[in-house]
Design a protein around this ligand. Structure first.
Ligand SMILES: [Zn+2]
Ligand SMILES: [Zn+2]
Length: 291
């Protein structure tokens, strides 16, 4: 098969898969979980809004709705189903070959009870993601991609999935490799993925999530809004990198909630001049600075 055949097959196969998901609702269906969770969190925003003067259809709502579909479903699953499977397989085979061993796992979790596997997977993955998120802020080139997420000026649940597709590549490449060491198969990710989707939606939602002491474990909108703060005091760099869990920020000293962040300005310097459409935001990091 030529490379063109492989690419064409991958895309027509994927298009068929996307359509199959949409036309066959089930409990193991990403599309309907995304739609269902989005509607549920949106209902909460309508019933118990944190910023009461914010419109129900806030600024960029439809742009972000498109990002949700594109990033979570169309693009993420291409990486999830095809790309990462291949990469993980290759790395395991390659490393095993290099080391002259049969299997590459440090320890094999497949003998553990399902709940213990999932819990470990969830913690390890979240910690890796926390580190990747820090990297996105620290590395100037990566920050250009991550800026898309930080271009949100009015916060709401759909902003969760506004990000450049390059982030998917960075996260997937880095996060799956260590997980391959534990012997996870990628089908195990469904529950973890959906749980992370729910917490991520809530983190960006225009609601108060009263967690009590659980705020030291789980990320929440009252914490994550400070991650999106347009300006921070000079001695404070970026803060609150938590994705699903807030523990890492509390453990490593990057937790920062100086006051109620309900009405703080969001974004970055000159966010007003940042492109506002999907295609212009996708191409922005590839264009020369200042253009
Ligand atoms: Zn960020
Ligand atoms: Zn965010």
């Amino acid at each position: 098969m030529s490379i063109l055949d492989i690419i064409t097959n991958a895309y027509t196969g994927y298009a068929r898969y996307v359509w199959h998901e949409i036309s066959h609702p089930s409990w193991h269906n990403y599309f309907y979980w995304l739609v269902g969770l989005s509607l549920a969190v949106w209902m909460l925003e309508i019933m118990i809004p944190w910023r009461k003067n914010q419109s129900v259809i806030r600024k960029d709502f439809w742009l972000d709705a498109w990002y949700m579909f594109f990033n979570f479903f169309v693009f993420s699953l291409i990486g999830y189903a095809a790309f990462s499977d291949v990469v993980v397989h290759f790395v395991r085979q390659g490393a095993a070959g290099l080391l002259g061993i049969q299997e590459f796992e440090i320890f094999d979790v497949r003998g553990w009870p399902a709940w213990a596997q999932l819990l470990t997977l969830f913690f390890v993955r979240d910690f890796i993601q926390w580190n990747i998120h820090k990297l996105l802020h620290a590395h100037p080139r990566l920050w250009e991609y991550h800026k898309v997420h930080h271009s949100v000026e009015q916060m709401g649940f759909a902003a969760h999935l506004r990000y450049h597709w390059m982030e998917t590549i960075v996260y997937r490449s880095i996060e799956y490799l260590p997980l391959a060491l534990f012997g996870y198969s990628l089908t195990d990710f469904f529950v973890v993925h959906i749980f992370a989707l729910m917490i991520g939606h809530l983190n960006h939602a225009n609601i108060v999530v009263p967690l009590g002491p659980l705020k030291y474990i789980f990320n929440n909108p009252q914490m994550h809004i400070w991650h999106h703060a347009k300006t921070l005091p000079e001695n404070v760099k970026s803060v609150n990198y938590g994705i699903t869990l807030s523990i890492w920020d509390y453990l490593f000293g990057s937790a920062y909630i100086p006051s109620n962040g309900r009405d703080i300005p969001l974004g970055f310097d000159d966010v007003e001049k940042y492109p506002s459409g999907f295609f212009s935001q996708m191409t922005k990091p590839f264009r020369k600075r200042g253009s």
